[in-house]
Structures are given as C-alpha cells and as structure tokens.
Design a protein around this ligand. Sequence first.
Ligand code: URA
Length: 212
Amino acid sequence: MRVHVADHPLIAHKLTRLRDDRTDSPTFRRLADELVTLLAYEATREVRVQECEVVTPVATTRGVELATPKPLVVPILRAGLGMLDGMVRLLPTAEVGFLGMVRNEETLEAHTYANRLPADLDRRQCYVVDPMLATGGTLVDAVRYLVDLGADDITAIVLIAAPEGIARVEEALADLQVPVTLVTGAIDERLDENGYIVPGLGDAGDRLYGVV
Ligand code: URA
C-alpha cells in the first residue's frame, strides 16, 4: 500500500482544531468537510481522465474530462458521511456507494450491516472515505469487498491513521493485485486498549453527529 501523509500547514491547523475536545459538532463538521477537500486534492492526483475537445469563445482546443466509468466515492457509514460532501464537491460527476460497517467494541472486528453499491465495479477507481484508520479491520474488509466487485484501483482517505492500523492493512492486503493508496492528514502515536487512536480526536461519529 502506498501511504501519503498530506503534510500541509493548513491541514495541520484544521486537524488541531478538530482534535480539541472543546470543538462543538457544527464546527467539527465544517472542519472535517474542509479537511476532506484538501486531502481529496492530493488523493485525486491520479484520477483517470480522457481527452476531449472544448470550444472556447476564441478557438477549439483539447482538454480532459473525467474518464468513464466515473470514479466511485464510498463513505463508510456512519462517520464517513461527514466526508462525503467535501469529496463530491471536488468530484461532482462521481457516483456514490455506501458501506455500513460497525466495529464490535469487544473484539474490535468490523461487521458489515448495510451495502448500497453498484453490482459491477468493473475497472472502477474507488475512493473510500472514513475519518479514522484505527485497527484497520474496516478498511481491509471494505477494500476486499470493492475488489471482489471488480474495482481496480482504490484510494482510502482518512483524517487520522494509527501505525497499528496501517501495518494491519499492509499485511492483510499484501497479496492483492489491485493498487491501494492511503492518504491521511496525520499518523498518530498508537492505539489504546479500547482501539481508540492516541491522541486522536475521540469517536469521530459521535463528534460529528452526537452520541448513539
Ligand atoms: N474510531 C473513532 O471514531 N475514533 C478512534 O479513535 C478509533 C476508531
């Protein structure tokens, strides 16, 4: 897996505000939205385009447009929804599929409870969005799921990743023939005994949408 840490002072500034436990939900949502737009700019550096012709008021010239099939954005419910708007603002013609995954807080394993994806992802570039890469179980399952449906290039965009999660994804997907890229705003110190990222930002879903 290719790992890219988006090293930019604006990203670091917004992440610091996001981590702050005094940041309320509306501000948290706005910051997550702004961050994903900045991360997505990096993450889409290799989005596929095809040549096209464009007529300007002055002349006809060559340009590019997003290639077909269009990229697929896949937010992991529920926290990934907080990153969806920022993604589709940058890729307005992308399609969106949903994966509902929840972590069993005892085993820390991911369980899929909902799936709204196109049946055929043949030759699709997929952008998986989920704020936290913690144990890595969710991302491993999501990537395998998308590859089984035909996706041939996967980029995961997260706000914060844990070293343990990155190592697990790398190990679990070592045999995969499909390129996987991780774009993250930061790599934190470690996971705690409850599977939370330290220092992290707490439970991203709760901070976006309230405690359930
Ligand atoms: N999920 C979260 O929302 N936060 C963590 O720190 C780990 C997993």
